[in-house]
Design a protein around this ligand. Sequence first.
Ligand code: APR
Length: 227
Amino acid sequence: MKRIVVLTGAGISAESGISTFRDSDGLWEHYRVEDVATHEAYERNPELVLNFYNERRRQLFAVEPNEAHRQLVRLEERYDVQIITQNIDDLHECAGSRHVLHLHGELSKGRSDVNPDLIVEIGNRDIKIGDLAPDGTQLRPHIVWFGEAVPNIEPAAAMCEEADIFIVVGTSMAVYPAAGLIHYVPREAACYVVDPKEVPVSRKVTFIKEVATKGVAEVVERLMSNI
Ligand code: APR
């Protein structure tokens, strides 16, 4: 079976009703990264940071996967498919994708601030001051903040090295190390990029300038009939 690796960003969930970060009216137009998405911000004002993610989590439980998430599941009928997502939502899992690696954490989990491996399921619950991780420290969101290490980047790079086909959907490729994963994809692998805007990629790709629901369906159609 050929191996497809898919790198997704906020754009794939946009049509489900979740804001992207850097588009006009995106999240980073309404909040400053340094106020809500760094460890320094959390030390300064934990309640503000917890509330920011509580709000994201509440939104998540009101949305559903869209056709782009669902089309990627279809590929599993004929390919070995690995999704690498920068998203902290669980829409790939909800749609039924079986192999999803989260680079930037997951809203439905919390963790110890001291031990990043001490992760607990919290479902759709808010995290409040006083909620404790199993080691007795304040529970924090299981989110990789700016300036923090990205523990899943190594397995992600190894997956990219094995790709026969690489698909990028809905990411501005502005944030490293995620944006650098494309460099691990073998030169002979076919590469597709789906995004309504131009995104910078430093290799030859088939660019599909469409929103995710339309563009992913197009790529999947090609790949399902092209065997
Ligand atoms: N379909 C496909 N792509 C879309 C759609 C859509 N309907 N709407 C917007 N996009 C594209 C935009 O054109 C843009 O290229 O999605 C991309 C979103 O880019 P960003 O907002 O920068 O999101 P992302 O690339 O996922 O951000 C990476 O930055 O803030 C951090 O941790 C956060 O994981 C996030 C990381």
